[in-house]
Design a protein around this ligand. Structure first.
Ligand code: NAD
Ligand code: MG
Length: 398
């Protein structure tokens, strides 16, 4: 029987890659719901092609979508709105699989709703897990959700871990012979830039990733290495290890997507062409495998695979994220919120590239840490950190 998929963030880079995989397996999957914040014409085109039962948009876009669907003879597609609409499709009884591909904190509540409804949740929206860490992981266990990593590195690690890894006790130590996790990073477009050069980079340069085609926010995160910082936190939660067991390795070719080292000296790596279709297909079908349009890796074309240590002087975001994970509590929530505001301000040309980690560090220092006991504490910390970050942008912006 075919499985019904809800795509949160269908118009985005991950959303589109997901649709492309689903299109190749129409007998196995159907699209139940799609959501978008903007680009409503594109959402209507997706509706035309995939015929979902429900589409979710912000309240002020409902008329626009409704008119477009009417012209296409698709008035039977139900339109829901805002956060309530996102939550409603994420937890809908008719949905088997939820692709969580909204960018940033905006995806937290709908992703959590899918987890609490016990769905198979394909997690691309790393910010949601960074913010809510233990709460989301506990909810997955309590409600029997299957949380599968789509982020290419975490999907690679998942593939390299022993199958019964997730049945073992969660005590912050690697287990079942695992020694450490090697999280690979491309290093982004500015890997070899000096601090002086970093000072003057533009949003257009930052959004041009050498290996991956992605949304703007994650592209900037990749350029600052904050993406790797968020992924370090993501890995600690998904694989239940303390931060000292995750080592970041810069690997500019993005062919090895991450590795697991074992106590006997073995290192297992997952490799592939840098295309998100592979981890998406893996998470959709696991423990089975499904075919994709992505060609097999041609190793004769990749005669060089290089590795180096990350430079936390030029890329301090990575250090800040590691420290936030070590501190625990609401520190990762603050880090994420400040980064979201700082990245938006950089894209708006209100602050310089090198000010992004400065906003994050300043706001982390301004706020007292406290345990992240519940969702309200997390949402409150997120709100406060955003306000402080905005103040920084207004006062210190160039
Ligand atoms: P994107 O900007 O291309 O797409 C974001 C999607 O979320 C769009 O559909 C947009 O309409 C929707 N959205 C944006 N703001 C929203 C809001 N306030 N409320 C509801 N919906 C909103 O982003 P992307 O590159 O597809 O990334 C999505 C997520 O996946 C991010 O968390 C990112 O870190 C993660 N991720 C992306 C990639 C990649 O290759 N693009 C790889 C790994 C992880
Ligand atoms: Mg990644």
């Amino acid at each position: 029987m075919s499985q019904a998929v809800c795509i949160l963030g269908a118009t985005g880079s991950i959303g589109q890659s997901t649709l492309k995989i689903l299109q190749q397996h129409p007998e196995a999957y159907s699209v139940f719901a799609v959501t978008a914040q903007s680009r409503i014409t594109e959402l209507a085109e997706i509706c035309q092609q995939y015929r979902p039962k429900v589409a979710v948009v912000p309240a002020n876009k409902v008329d626009e979508l409704s008119q477009l669907l009417q012209v296409q003879g698709l008035s039977d597609i139900e339109i829901l709105q805002d956060e309530a609409g996102l939550i409603s499709v994420a937890e809908h009884p008719g949905v088997d699989i939820v692709m969580a591909a909204i960018v940033g904190a905006a995806g937290l509540l709908s992703t959590l709703a899918a987890v609490k409804a016990g769905k198979r949740v394909l997690l691309a929206n790393k910010e949601a897990l960074v913010m809510s860490g233990d709460i989301m992981m506990q909810a997955a266990r309590d409600y029997g959700a299957l949380l599968l990593p789509v982020d290419s590195e975490h999907n690679a690690i998942f593939q390299c871990l022993p199958q019964n890894y997730f049945d073992a006790e969660r005590n912050g130590q690697p287990k079942l012979g695992v020694h450490q996790i090697l999280l690979t990073a491309s290093g982004g477009p500015f890997l070899n830039y000096s601090l002086e050069q970093l000072h003057d980079v533009t949003p257009a340069q930052a959004c041009k990733h050498p290996n991956w085609s992605m949304g703007q926010k994650i592209s900037v995160d990749s350029a600052t290495l904050m993406n790797k910082g968020l992924e370090l936190i993501e890995a600690c939660h998904l694989f239940a290890v303390q931060e000292q067991f995750v080592t970041v390795v810069v690997h500019p070719q993005s062919i090895i997507h991450s590795m697991v080292q074992y106590v006997d000296g073995s290192t297992l790596a997952q490799m592939g062409n840098p295309d998100m279709g592979t981890p998406i297909a893996h998470a959709l079908a696991w423990p089975q495998r499904i075919s994709t349009h992505i060609p097999a890796l041609d190793l004769f074309k990749h005669s060089q695979l290089n590795f180096q240590e990350p430079d936390v002087v030029r890329f301090p975001a990575l250090k800040l994220a590691r420290q936030a994970m070590k501190s625990g509590g609401i520190a990762p929530t603050i880090l994420n919120a400040a980064n979201e505001i700082a990245v938006a301000a950089f894209l708006n040309q209100q602050i310089r590239f090198t000010q992004i980690p400065q906003v994050v560090e300043t706001v982390l220092n301004q706020m007292d840490n406290q345990p992240a006991h519940d969702l309200d504490t997390i949402l409150h910390a997120d709100h406060t950190a955003r306000g402080l970050s905005q103040q920084y942008v207004v006062n210190k912006g160039s």
